[in-house]
Design a protein around this ligand. Structure first.
Ligand SMILES: NC(=O)c1ccc[n+]([C@@H]2O[C@H](COP(=O)([O-])OP(=O)(O)OC[C@H]3O[C@@H](n4cnc5c(N)ncnc54)[C@H](O)[C@@H]3O)[C@@H](O)[C@H]2O)c1
Length: 398
């Protein structure tokens, strides 16, 4: 089958660790272009990853009839002009999160995609856009959700479980609660992440990941109410309630350390607790016979063969003990990555183009996460719980 021809727009830090390695390794993709307004960055990436064409103007890419899709990993504020031009040129679009920083920019993107020219890829009904809200595609998250759904559909309980036989369950006892704990080391970010024009702060830049994860996890329930607290640009908390009664609580601290994994997920379900530790191990409690699952890392060049959380910590400490200098200096030469779903998202997007099926994370999902992030910021500023009106997350845009 003919490979899809792709172009990378934005050759900064993220693209070096994920986009270039993932696209050049994908058997169904020919990565033809490296594009960056910093021509030297595009040139260096092209040389490192064997990409034949280089430009500092994304219109060169969009004029190339061979290009089937573009991958955008620029700063956020330039998504709109690039996506509008790409959709007009009939190119499919794989865009980094957040889709945009404002409601209006999201609306413009949705309109551009829905009005896009018939793509060059034969057999496609329209332009496809995929937002890289990759956590939903991580193998550990897919397994966590399946185990949660299985427990709800066929509840299993330990024989010694305390059972109240004198009453029926109360309504709240039927609800699930998802806790997402993020501890991050903010010294690792450039201040660009906090720039109101190009970064927007951590709720817009990062927490869209977990807002999307919660919406995907609890779908088809819809979010109906949001409460947030803390700083709208750094440490914060968000409580998101869904119309079926389930909810998600996110706590994000920027004053943590990379010496311990950043992300922990726990969900309760009818006298069970399901936990995922940093994409490498899932544990299930209160469910008889349920065994822990481990997940391979996306990239690891050392010699420890075991998998799981304790093995991950061993691998991590082996790595830091070998690093005399700042860890960042080793990122390019010896990648060390847990599997957060980037490759699975790319693969699902390629399949959606080939088979003309829905995008794995379309423009509406991208918009919803931005809408919720903006509402969280409003909630912090107003010190109030805010509704998520259904008409706001189902905009009529043609
Ligand atoms: N999905 C994830 O887990 C994840 C993780 C990290 C970063 N990201 C996203 O990746 C994106 C890039 O982040 P980064 O850390 O690589 O930033 P970066 O600043 O290192 O890179 C951005 C690059 O885009 C280039 N650029 C800006 N405007 C351009 C334009 N008009 N045309 C071509 N190139 C242009 C810049 O010159 C720069 O080289 C951000 O949107 C960020 O949110 C996603």
């Amino acid at each position: 089958m003919k490979k899809l021809t792709a172009a990378q727009i934005g050759c900064g830090k993220f693209s070096q660790g994920q986009d270039f390695p993932n696209m050049t390794a994908h058997p169904g993709i020919h990565l033809k272009w490296a594009c960056d307004i910093r021509r030297d960055a595009a040139q260096a990436s092209a040389e490192r990853f064997g990409v034949p064409c280089v430009t500092d103007d994304y219109m060169d890419v969009l004029r190339d009839p061979e290009v089937d899709f573009i991958k955008i990993a620029t700063t956020h504020e330039v998504h709109v002009p690039i996506i509008e031009a790409a959709a007009k040129a009939g190119k499919h679009i794989f865009c980094e999160k957040p889709l945009a920083m404002t409601y209006e920019d999201c609306y413009r993107i949705i309109r551009a995609v829905r009005r896009g020219k018939s793509p060059s890829t034969r057999g496609n009904s329209g332009v496809k856009l995929c937002v890289d809200l990759n956590r939903r595609m991580a193998p550990a998250m897919q397994a966590l959700r399946s185990a949660w759904q299985e427990q709800l559909a066929n509840p299993r309980h330990n024989p010694w479980r305390y059972v109240e036989t004198s009453r029926a369950p109360l309504p709240e006892e039927e609800h699930s609660h998802l806790l997402i704990r993020i501890q991050d080391e903010s010294a690792s970010y450039g201040l660009g992440h906090l720039d109101p024009l190009s970064g927007g702060g951590e709720i817009i830049g990062e927490s869209v990941h977990w807002l999307d994860l919660a919406c995907w996890f609890f779908a088809p329930q819809r979010p109906v109410e949001i409460t947030a607290w803390g700083s709208s640009r750094l440490s914060h908390g968000i409580f998101l309630r869904f119309d079926g009664g389930d909810d998600m609580t996110l706590t994000f601290s920027c004053s943590g350390t990379f010496d311990y994994p950043k992300e922990l997920f726990e969900v309760t379900a009818g006298a069970a607790l399901l936990r995922s530790r940093f994409f490498v191990e899932n544990n299930y409690y209160g469910i008889p016979g349920a065994v822990s699952q481990t997940f391979p890392m996306q990239a690891y060049t050392g010699s420890i063969r075991e998998e799981g959380f304790d093995a991950y910590m061993k691998k991590y400490h082996e790595r830091v003990s070998l690093s005399q200098a700042n860890l960042k200096t080793r990122e390019n030469t010896e990648p060390f990555l847990v599997d957060k779903g980037h490759r699975a998202m790319l693969d699902a997007f390629v399949r959606s183009i080939r088979e003309d099926t829905p995008s794995p994370c379309d423009e509406l999902a991208g918009f919803t996460s931005v809408y919720l992030a903006r509402r969280a910021i409003e909630s912090i500023e107003l010190r109030q719980t805010l509704p998520i009106p259904v008409e706001k997350i189902t905009p009529c845009i043609q």
